[in-house]
Design a binder for this molecule. Structure first.
Ligand code: PMP
Length: 361
């Protein structure tokens, strides 16, 4: 098989060693004579797997003991509903920072359960997407929580500084950035992430929650979205997505072997720098996100001449560069360069971009 580099935003490529191990173990896991997906989640071997996955995630992200780690269903969007149901009463306000498509979707879902207050929205100044200064944000007086998205997968907008919101619990959608860089967990009330970028297959979501926030769920919260119930039951109130959990565990082991989150962060910065340099070196390609907000995980870019888009995508695929089409709402291209993308993949993309420009510029 020729080398293919998959730039899909999610479900995204998983590390090759993880995929190979999963293949080897597929029909005979730990000598049991069957697959890990065919055994009870309450069996000893599965409980051991679940414990190891949590232990490794805690180690990778330095998660303190007064935080719980939950493995839940429903992806990122499931958490758009779980957050207001678990953290606010119907009559309360919750603050939302809108930096792109996903935080906007989170607001729309929250409207069913709480009164969301948009504190600020990203905007375009001098042709660049940026964020208004925090001093101008309109926060509510008594917000039940403050929600934001640390990395906007569609727009390629990433926040490197934390909103300063005093004692209001910070709730972060980290679906497309978790495990890409070190975190100070204690700054957050809740962190959640759909798995299908840096963790494993879709469907699973990981929630990291400060323990004092576990018992606030309103009475009509669906049980499968209830953080307290999930914590009390070791994330097994109902049958968890066991195969996704197993793969997440393999990804955590892989990341530890790669040197952990600090090591992968250095690699991620180098990959992003290489790609942005390639884009900025020419007027043929454009990325219009202001540099402090440029994502190191999702890099959208446009061709100055969009009539070349189709040819770019076709020839990229012929060169083993998959899934570069931008999100339908943005158009152009998007290269998602999560943890599993090797630096060789980014180099291959930048080389292809130069060659394409040489032929068409
Ligand atoms: N938040 C972010 C930042 C995302 O990138 C996505 C999916 N791409 C979601 C939420 C929604 O996740 P899901 O499709 O798993 O519900």
């Amino acid at each position: 098989m020729n080398t293919v580099y998959n730039f899909c935003a999610g479900p995204a490529m998983l590390p090759q060693p993880v995929m190979r191990k999963a293949q080897e173990e597929f029909i005979n896991w730990q000598g049991l004579g069957c697959s890990v997906m065919e055994i009870s989640h309450r069996s000893k071997p599965f409980i051991a797997l679940a414990d190891a996955a949590e232990r490794n995630l805690r180690e990778l992200l330095s998660i303190p003991q007064h935080y719980s780690v939950l493995f839940m269903h429903g992806g990122g969007r499931g958490q758009f509903s779980a957050v207001p149901l678990n953290l606010a009463e119907a009559t309360e306000h919750a603050d939302y920072l809108v930096t792109g498509a996903w935080s906007k979707s989170a607001v729309q879902e929250a409207e069913r359960f709480v009164t969301p207050n948009i504190v600020a929205e990203s905007c375009v100044i001098n042709g660049e997407t940026t964020l208004p200064d925090q001093a101008s944000w309109q926060c509510s007086d008594n917000a039940a929580y403050f929600h934001f998205c640390t990395n906007e997968t569609v727009d390629g907008v990433e926040l490197n500084v934390l909103p300063d919101v005093g004692d209001v619990p910070l709730v972060a959608d980290m679906s497309s950035t978790i495990l890409s860089r070190p975190l100070d967990i204690e700054k957050y009330g809740v962190i959640y992430a759909g798995a299908q970028k840096n963790i494993g297959p879709s469907g699973l979501s990981v929630v990291i929650i400060r323990n004092d926030l576990l018992d606030r769920a309103r009475h009509n919260t669906p049980s499968v979205l209830n953080y307290g119930l999930a914590a009390q039951n070791g994330s097994m109130y109902n049958t968890p997505p066991t195969y996704a959990w197993y793969l997440a565990g393999l990804v955590f082991e892989w990341l530890k072997e790669e040197g952990g989150v600090s090591a992968i962060y250095s690699r991620n910065k180098a990959k992003a720098a290489m790609l942005y340099e390639g884009i900025d070196a020419t007027d043929f390609y454009i990325n219009s996100i202001a540099s402090p907000y440029r994502s190191i995980m999702n890099v959208p870019f446009q061709l100055a001449d969009p009539t070349l888009d189709d040819a770019f995508l076709t020839q990229a695929e012929e060169n083993g560069l998959m899934a570069l089409k931008g999100h339908r709402s943005v158009g152009g291209m998007r290269a998602s360069i999560y943890n599993a993308m090797p630096i060789e993949g980014v180099k291959a993309l930048v080389d292809f971009m130069k060659e394409f420009e040489r032929k068409n510029g």
